[in-house]
Design a protein around this ligand. Structure first.
Ligand code: ZN
Length: 68
């Protein structure tokens, strides 16, 4: 492996690292949004249409047994 190949490999690795870092930030944001949705589902008075709550998108099977 010569200097030019090393340069290219390091550049490739840096680009991958940058992507992973961006994804990590995104993952945290997504987790916050998912948690927000979970909180909203806790207070939602579900009304199901076609298997999903029309307000919060919760699948109907998740709530079966609760509504008796
Ligand atoms: Zn709901």
């Amino acid at each position: 492996m010569n200097g030019q190949q090393i340069r290219e490999q390091i550049d490739r690795n840096d680009a991958k690292i940058q992507k992973l870092l961006n994804r990590f930030v995104l993952t945290n944001e997504i987790n916050e949004l998912l948690q927000d949705n979970e909180d909203l589902r806790q207070i939602c008075k579900h009304e199901f249409e076609d298997g999903f709550c029309k307000y919060c998108d919760m699948p109907i099977q998740f709530s079966e047994g609760k509504n008796g």
